[in-house]
Design a protein around this ligand. Structure first.
Ligand code: ADP
Length: 918
């Protein structure tokens, strides 16, 4: 009852007018009902209830009001019987068919022995009252939500929105609520926030994208989603609402931007009494309006941040001309980059112009004036003035325009740092110019041939065509180009075109006639360019004039041929061999000498023809070759099977790689065996001459011991015949005889060695022994002739390589020559004391043997000639003129040197020989 009274108090004026008392009820016949009740509250008769489908149960004769008619909740307020209810206003809810409830208000009046219960249908009044309450709640909720959404921080906005959805859901018992916003193509609609009750299915999730599903929906009024209808009308929308009933509330702001409030599992049409369409629009607007504002605000902030970042990245910024102060205001980041040392502030026109290079300043000034005075749009590029700055030039593009008119007229613009582009442009232009220059000055022509139904027609030639060949593009059109190709090369040119079309690229060489009629060798390289469909469009290629190179190559080929013939026909033996002495090539003379075919030479090892000693020498000589001293010449001795020794004069040239490593040796040889043989004979002859020369001294040398022995024997015999022989005396005589025999034997032995022809192989020996041997041979004879001999420093013990008998022959020659010079001097000067001094010394590397006399020396004019063969100053029959020349050859052969000088009293000969390790 108390609830009923409250309800009435809240009713509108119209409603109260209609319910003043029972008299008014009579007039409302449409909603009026009467029930006759007995004392116990049982319904005896009812009228008007049937209109609402509430009939008395036929099975029960007197149904009870409380138990059989009213909804259970409604009976709670009634106690006792009808007598107790008199004077009270009764709010009774009748149970209608199905879930329908009939709300009534009435009072009890006594009637005879029963009670008349008059009832009035107040369903619509109740609904109005509920709606008003709900509307008020709705307005309050909307206000509170709107405020919260407006006031919260940007970071909390999603959270607050979620709370708002939660409140809406709880307030109107909506299982699923979500707010969809337009997130821009291509994503379409997106759920900004979604909420579902703890016992409701998660129909939607926050952030879910919806595509274009809400695009076609009328955004002017709410839309009820009826699963049965939508299934065929809009299946997408139906599936968005989980194939269930729902409610879709739009919001549209002034910019036409719309937001949708989605209510899921909510058959709104069943609750029209609580929330009208406008209520829902209000709730939706309370959420969507602030959200739109906040999102727009956020977008604006982000846009601003992006713009700032962009300006900083691009080195760009706005500027504005402030007319009242006549100053130019720069964007902070622009100001910081242009005037890093100054606080951002406005600049005067002059100060701003002074920032730019004098070259561009006038143009900028005039453009700026035109903008300010005539409103002419400004657009130009200018570089900054950077005195004493080594950094690349900084370029700016400056644009300006006038906005608005009259009092709201503003002059604004921006400056964009285009240094990168500008400097690249300049570099590209320079590179382009260089390339143009290069092409113009190089023997290259760039060309383009247009593809036309399988044919390639000349479409472009670089300017270098004219200076190179004298033709222009027109001269090469059509068949004219083919005419200018050398007849022998035409087939090649056609094949080049076929290959280009077939494989997409080609490289060929052909000759093209120039305007003067001369042919040029061209290296042609071309590529076929295709369009997106793979069809040929044009061929781009390059002609390189390789006439000189081709001719040079021809010349080299010819010259190689000539050299090959030269090598083949050369009488000298020419070969190439590897550092391990394996032949890689040998010419015909070499093959002839070795009695085999030239092709059999490669693979043969040169070392096979050398004795171990010769080979060692040969290899040592090859190892001494270096890039600085690549050539070495020597006389080598070869042991060819079945032949006597051969002597070759052999010249080697080493070929080295970049690291100085010996790759191979090229050698030229000449057979020197004949010369060598005659030299040997000459030496032998000279030796014989020396031998004859010595005959006298030798006779004396042998006579001397013979005389001593004869005297000893005579004396012994005399003693024997006297019978006066003592053993000691006999021993002494025999010992003397024995020593004289040994002396004679030594001389004879020496003579034997001397008479032999020198061995081919050289030996190692002590040169001082040769000196001593010479003294033993000649010493006594010289002394007999009154020539004194001094020997000094003969104790040194070193080794040299050669033939000891040959060295003795040399020393004998020198002693005999000295003797001759001394004796001839004594012939003119009787008091003259002839003296020969022999000495030896060594410094470790070489040993020097000196033979010095105190004669008249050698006439300086003859010094150069005395080593010549057959040069002599001695009378015919005495001098041969061979001694010194043969001696020179022998010492040279031992790797030494024979020299002479007039130092001291007479001539001084020096034999210098290299020392070898023992
Ligand atoms: P030959 O002794 O048969 O003349 P050599 O070749 O031995 O031939 O000597 C050539 C010449 O050198 C001699 O004829 C002589 O004039 C000169 N000669 C050699 N040795 C001496 C010397 N010790 N003093 C002066 N002249 C010399």
């Amino acid at each position: 009852m108390i609830q009923g009274e409250k309800l009435f108090r809240r009713l509108t004026g119209r409603a109260t007018e209609q319910l003043p008392g029972s008299s008014g009820l009579q007039s409302r016949t449409d909603g009026c009902m009467q029930l006759l009740l007995d004392q116990q509250g049982r319904v005896i008769d009812a009228s008007g209830l049937q209109r609402h489908g509430l009939g008395r149960d036929a099975g029960d004769a007197t149904p009870r009001l409380l138990l059989d008619y009213l909804v259970s909740g409604s009976t709670l307020a009634l106690e006792g019987g009808p007598a107790d209810w008199v004077g009270h206003c009764l709010d009774l809810d009748f149970q209608g068919p199905g879930l329908n409830v009939l709300h009534t208000r009435g009072w009890v009046q006594p009637q005879a022995d029963c009670w008349l219960l008059q009832l009035l249908d107040i369903g619509d009044l109740l609904r109005d009252s509920q709606q008003a309450g709900s509307r008020e709640q709705c307005a309050q909720l909307a206000l509170s939500i709107g405020e919260q959404l407006r006031q919260c921080s940007a970071a909390r906005l999603p959270e607050v929105m979620h709370e708002a959805l939660c409140r809406v859901a709880q307030q109107w018992r909506v299982p699923c609520v979500a707010l969809a916003v337009r997130s821009g193509t291509p994503l379409g609609w997106r759920l900004y926030s979604a909420y579902h009750g703890f016992d409701a299915p998660a129909l939607w999730t926050t952030g879910q994208t919806l595509g274009e599903v809400l695009d076609g929906v009328d955004a002017k009024r709410p839309r009820s989603i009826n699963a049965d209808v939508e299934r065929t009308r809009n299946p997408l929308l139906n599936s968005l609402f989980g194939n269930a009933d729902g409610w879709l509330v739009p919001y549209c702001d002034q910019q036409g931007q719309s937001v949708w409030l989605l209510l899921g599992f909510y058959p709104a049409t069943q609750h029209p009494s609580l929330m009208s369409e406008s209520d829902w629009l209000l709730v939706c607007a309370a959420m969507a309006g602030p959200l739109q504002d906040r999102l727009r605000e956020q977008q604006h902030e982000q846009q601003k941040e992006r713009m700032q970042a962009l300006q900083e990245l691009l080195g760009t910024g706005w500027w504005e001309w402030l007319q009242p102060s006549r100053q130019l205001q720069l964007a902070p980041q622009l100001s910081a980059s242009l005037l890093p040392q100054l606080e951002p502030s406005a600049l005067t026109r002059e100060a701003w112009l002074a920032l730019f290079h004098p070259v561009d300043r006038d143009e900028l000034s005039s453009g700026f004036n035109a903008l300010l005075e005539h409103g002419k749009t400004l657009m130009l590029c200018a570089r900054l003035h950077q005195p004493q700055n080594t950094q690349p030039t900084r370029w700016y593009r400056i644009q300006g325009q006038v906005l608005g008119t009259g009092a709201s007229r503003r002059t604004v613009g921006y400056m964009l740092d285009i240094s990168d582009i500008k400097n690249q442009q300049l570099q590209a232009a320079a590179a382009h110019a260089r390339l143009d220059n290069l092409i113009a000055s190089s023997p290259a022509v760039i060309y383009v041939q247009r593809y036309d139904e399988g044919a390639l027609l000349p479409a472009f030639f670089s300017d270098s065509l004219q200076p190179l060949l004298g033709w222009s593009l027109d001269d090469c059109a059509g068949a004219a180009l083919i005419d200018r190709i050398h007849p022998d090369d035409r087939e090649q040119y056609f094949e080049r075109t076929r290959q280009l079309l077939r494989e997409g690229s080609t490289r060929s060489r052909f000759r093209l006639r120039d305007r003067a009629g001369d042919y040029h060798w061209l290296l042609d390289e071309a590529k076929l360019l295709r369009d997106d469909l793979g069809l040929p469009v044009e061929a781009v290629g390059l002609w390189l004039d390789i006439t000189e190179t081709t001719e040079a190559a021809e010349r080299v080929k010819h010259s190689e041929e000539r050299y090959r013939i030269l090598v083949e026909d050369s009488p000298a033996m020419i070969c190439r061999y590897l550092p391990d002495l394996t032949l890689t090539f040998g010419n015909r003379p070499l093959a002839n000498y070795l009695e085999c075919a030239p092709e059999l030479l490669p693979g043969i090892n040169l070392g096979d023809w050398l004795s171990a000693e010769q080979r060692e020498l040969f290899e040592r000589r090859i190892a001494s070759l270096s890039p600085e001293f690549p050539v070495s010449t020597a006389e080598i001795s070869l042991q060819l099977p079945g032949r006597e020794h051969a002597w070759w004069v052999w010249s080697d040239r080493g070929v080295f790689d970049a690291q100085g490593q010996l790759l191979e040796v090229q050698a030229v040889g000449r057979d020197n065996t004949e010369v060598r043989r005659s030299q040997q004979q000459l030496t032998h002859g000279a030796k014989m001459a020396t031998l004859g020369e010595m005959a006298t001294g030798l006779a004396h040398e042998i006579n001397q011991p013979l005389n001593v022995m004869r005297m000893a024997i005579v004396n012994v015999l005399k003693r024997l015949s006297n019978g006066d022989v003592q053993i000691d005396y006999l021993k002494e005589k025999l010992t003397r005889i024995d020593s004289q025999i040994q002396r004679a034997a030594r001389v004879v032995d020496h003579m034997r060695v001397f008479g032999r022809r020198s061995e081919i192989e050289q030996q190692v020996f002590n040169p001082v022994q040769a000196l001593e041997g010479t003294l033993a041979l000649l010493g006594e004879g010289l002394r007999c002739k009154g020539v004194e001999i001094h020997a000094e420093g003969l104790a040194c013990s070193v080794q040299v390589r050669g033939h000891s008998d040959q060295l003795e022959q040399v020393l004998i020659n020198l002693l005999v020559n000295a003797r001759d010079a001394l004796l001839s001097k004594r012939e003119t000067d009787r008091d003259f004391q002839p003296l020969i001094t022999l000495s030896a010394e060594t410094d470790g590397n070489c040993v020097r043997l000196w033979v010095q006399d105190n004669g008249d020396g050698i006439d300086p004019r003859l010094l150069e000639r005395i080593f010549e063969p057959f040069f002599t100053t001695k009378p015919i029959g005495i001098g041969t003129g061979l001694g010194l020349s043969v001696s020179y050859g022998i010492i040279d052969n031992m790797g030494g040197r024979l020299s002479v000088s007039n130092t001291g009293p007479g001539a001084r000969f020096c034999v210098e020989l290299p020392v070898v390790e023992e």
